[in-house]
Write a protein that binds this ligand. Structure first.
Ligand SMILES: Nc1ncnc2c1ncn2[C@@H]1O[C@H](COP(=O)(O)OP(=O)(O)OP(=O)(O)O)[C@@H](O)[C@H]1O
Ligand SMILES: [Mg+2]
Length: 327
């Protein structure tokens, strides 16, 4: 059994709205072991970013974590004091936020931004040791050390994204979270950024959560894939299993929508619109879009079914052989 680094159990996050609470994260559970790469996929609004922001304790008021537990190597992350959380960020759990490359400080060089981070964590490295550390961080993400003395506007999108990864690994965290690190980059640069992330991860021995909506990218990168819909993980399984034996109709449709030779590279997408998370559909939140839905799907919330220890599905028909996307 590999060492457990992060355990998320029944996590709930809600945002108050005039019409009632928006349940952005509605009972998310997963476990990360050392060196594991977990992919979280789902369409826009499914709660991916909110989930990872909760893991960083970065949900802004009036939003709040309304339930569940998060254990980071034995410590209860949700019970930590604000100062303990600040210390844990970057040093134990780091986030490359969605749109990170646009959040770099435009008036500071890369070196100054990494130095600020080291200062904020009271790193006592002297100037020479810091310079060496910064050069090695940049090298790990495939950048030349001269990048240290450049400003964000002097760097391409892919380079900025790699700088963000370098910043995330500065203090050798046990968990690295990257929220859509490659969207808005072209395919070649995407590959380079993903490779940087993998290198950075193996060097510091961390576990990774990769957030994205591209199943194709997950196939290449993740060991385990969790599929999110309306704030829930509707299916989670090792990558091979999810592609060879997808059990949730939504997962089946996501996989079928991948461009393939057979479909001549045409992206088909999933018909229908994302559900409201304020007035959730009754029963299974996916039933309104689900080709497999029967009467009970509109009435009964499916409880999570463990097909085996590593494959969990929230669908009434998880044990029935059928693939809506092949029908
Ligand atoms: N600060 C907020 N206040 C109110 N609602 C919010 C807030 N942040 C997120 N939400 C809502 O929570 C839901 C989940 O949003 P989230 O950003 O986590 O989705 P996502 O899966 O990351 O989507 P994307 O793929 O577009 O990044 C959405 O319905 C969103 O409108
Ligand atoms: Mg997001």
């Amino acid at each position: 059994m590999s060492e457990i680094v992060l355990e998320v159990n029944d996590l709930h996050v809600e945002f108050p709205t005039r019409a009632g609470p928006a349940l952005a994260v509605n009972g998310v559970s997963f476990t990360l072991t050392k060196g594991m790469r977990l992919g979280l996929v789902g369409e826009s609004g499914s709660g991916k970013s909110t989930t990872v922001l909760a893991l960083m304790r970065m949900i802004k008021s009036p939003g709040r974590i309304s339930g569940g537990s998060v254990t980071l190597v034995g410590d209860d992350l949700l019970a930590m004091s604000p100062s303990a959380v600040r210390r844990a960020r970057f040093s134990r759990i780091a986030l490359v936020p969605q749109g990170a490359m646009n959040s770099l400080n435009p008036v500071l060089t890369v070196r100054a931004q990494i130095n600020d981070l080291l200062d904020s964590h009271n790193e006592t490295l002297d100037k020479i040791a810091r310079a060496r550390h910064i050069a090695s961080l940049l090298k790990r993400v495939g950048l030349d050390e001269t990048v240290a003395d450049q400003f964000p506007h002097q760097l391409s999108g892919g380079m900025k994204q790699r700088v963000c990864i370098a910043i995330a690994i500065t203090l050798s965290p046990q968990v690295i979270i990257a929220d859509e690190p490659t969207s808005a980059l072209d395919v070649i640069v995407q590959k380079q950024v993903m490779q940087s992330l993998i290198n950075a991860q193996s060097d510091v021995g961390a576990a990774i959560i990769l957030v994205g909506h591209d199943m194709g990218l997950m196939a290449q990168f993740a060991h385990v894939v969790g599929v999110m819909y309306a704030g829930e993980i509707v299916e989670i399984a090792p990558v091979k299993e999810i592609f060879s034996n997808p059990r949730h109709p939504y997962t089946q449709m996501l996989i079928a929508s991948l461009p393939s030779f057979a479909s001549r590279g045409v992206f088909r997408g999933i018909p229908g619109v994302a559900p409201s998370i304020v007035n959730r559909p009754s029963g299974c939140a996916f039933h309104v879009r689900c080709p497999r839905a029967e009467a009970r799907c509109a009435q009964e919330v499916p409880i999570e079914d463990s097909l085996d220890v590593s494959h969990r599905v929230r669908c009434h028909f998880a044990r029935e052989e059928s693939n809506v996307a092949l029908a």
